[in-house]
Design a protein around this ligand. Structure first.
Ligand code: FES
Length: 481
């Protein structure tokens, strides 16, 4: 799928910003600028996204998490990390230390990214504590402030590549190939992120911190930053005291010299693709990769699938891909192909920021949301609302409408029935396409969770309780109350 150049004679960029040269005007990607107002006014912010059609039962199956499977991958990563570190130390007096440090750095400052990501979603392990156990160290390795990045990633999933809303648009337009290549060194980004953490440690919060993070999380943001900054300071002091670079080459330094791997994989996710579109098939890329890359990247090469169904853990993404690939754009067949496409797009977008990769071959299909909208309506009778036959399987969800109001009927894995509000209290995602996990329901958008028995939030980002009502079973039928 070779992209072909196309220059629009009078682009939307020119219409929006006047006729100034694209090299003179940078698009506004800030979260508080003109594009933010545009995104909100046009319905792009917190919009309804296209989803591939997949049966709820199959999605639930694919969304199952396994402590054992994640433990194998995490243990292998830790063993390789420690092993390469020991090797680098053993070889420190020879030039062979260089490749050993190269591997150590890539595992530390590069492969940590995928671990950070999966554990941040809470989908790697079944256990929330095990996810946290790896989330915080991975944040440290990447110099990412844990709460800032947790909340910014929620926003990335809400408003993927929507200008003025998504804080994680790394490759902005007009594209710049020299800047992109320089980004691989992380010589600018790495020190900036570390300096930002130090500023937070000193209590200096930014407008973006306050925009993204709820006020009661700000204190913990500062605490984490102080812990991270203290460890870096200890490594620097140790280096000064021993008059060697070894301490910083092992701690802190790999955040910079190993980060090329984050860029190497991360560039393939959205770079060169369409902004401001509520369909991941246009803004996100799936690339078929070899098993080594997929281990380092934890299958995030199936990036369209991940964005569309974030409840599915990384080890099930290849199966999800097989299930829905006919509804998506064809994947890039390999990494080289993806890079050709990206740099060709950058070449055009450096001149015309409105240039898009032509012919993504996205099939025109109604998608899942249209089918979920087919709700069952039941009228009230004798003071009790009849919710239909009690044929829900444990873990099943069914959208229902009562007197014109939408709800979701859920059956917990324990077998109890509950009638819950259909919209998530965080971002108004449709819980009818969520996931029942035991007695909880997980939101399909940001993996926030509610206890179905009480409606109380049990996992961020949800903070407001969900309305839930008990449902009884009588003579094979369900009744509200
Ligand atoms: S919309 Fe964010 S957790 Fe539901």
């Amino acid at each position: 799928m070779q992209a072909v150049g196309r220059l629009t004679p009078r682009s939307g960029f020119e219409l929006r910003y006047g006729m100034a040269s694209v090299r003179e005007v940078q698009r506004d990607y800030s979260l508080t600028g003109v594009e933010t107002s545009v995104a909100i006014a046009s319905g792009l912010a917190n919009g309804q996204w296209w989803q591939a059609d997949i049966s709820p039962a199959r999605l639930k199956e694919l969304s199952a998490r396994s402590n054992g499977r994640a433990a194998i991958d995490m243990t292998l990563w830790v063993v390789l990390l420690v092993g390469s570190g020991i090797l680098a130390w053993t070889l420190r007096s020879s030039w062979w230390a260089l490749p050993a440090f190269g591997i150590y750095g890539a595992l530390y400052g590069g492969a940590a990214d995928a671990r950070w990501h999966e554990c941040g979603h809470g989908t790697a392990f079944k256990s929330g504590r095990l996810n946290d156990l790896f989330y915080y160290p991975a944040c440290f390795m990447l110099a990412r402030q844990p709460l800032f990045w947790r909340w910014s990633h929620f926003r990335h999933h809400t408003d993927t590549i929507v200008r003025g809303r998504d804080a994680e648009i790394v490759f902005q337009r007009p594209a710049s190939i020299p800047k992109t290549l320089f980004a691989f060194t992380h010589l600018s980004g790495g020190p900036q992120m570390m300096a930002g953490t130090v500023r937070t440690a000193l209590g200096q919060l930014t407008d973006v911190d306050r925009e993204l993070i709820p006020p009661d999380d700000l204190r913990r943001l500062v605490t984490h930053a102080r812990i991270f900054a203290s460890i870096w300071l200890a490594a620097v002091v140790a280096s000064v005291a021993t008059a060697t670079l070894w301490p910083v080459l092992f701690i802190g330094g790999p955040t910079i010299y190993g980060a090329w791997l984050v860029l190497f994989f991360g560039l393939t996710q959205h770079a060169g693709l369409q902004e401001n579109v509520l369909d991941h098939r246009y803004s996100t890329r799936t690339v078929l990769m070899n098993p080594v890359f997929r281990f380092l990247y934890l299958n995030m090469n199936y990036h369209v699938e991940h964005h569309m169904f974030p409840t599915v853990p990384y080890y099930n993404l290849p199966r999800l891909h097989a299930e829905i690939r006919d509804q998506l754009a064809p994947p890039n067949p390999n990494t080289v192909h993806a890079y050709r496409e990206i740099f060709n797009a950058f070449k055009h977008q450096s001149v015309d920021p409105d240039w898009e990769i032509p012919d993504r071959q996205v099939p025109e299909l109604p998608g899942r949301r249209a089918q979920i909208a087919q709700v069952t309506e039941w009228a009230g009778a004798d003071g009790r609302t009849d919710l239909g036959p009690s044929d829900l399987e444990p873990g099943e969800l069914r959208p229902v409408r009562i007197d014109g109001v939408d709800f979701v009927l859920a059956r917990t894995d324990e077998g109890d029935h509950v009638l819950a509000d259909r919209m998530c209290t965080h971002g108004e995602a449709d819980l009818a396409s969520g996931l029942v996990l035991g007695c909880e329901i997980e939101c399909p958008k940001h993996n926030g969770r509610f206890d179905l028995r009480t409606g109380e939030p049990t996992r961020k980002p949800v903070r407001e309780p969900l309305g839930v009502r008990p449902v009884s079973v009588s003579n094979g039928r369900l009744y509200l109350g």
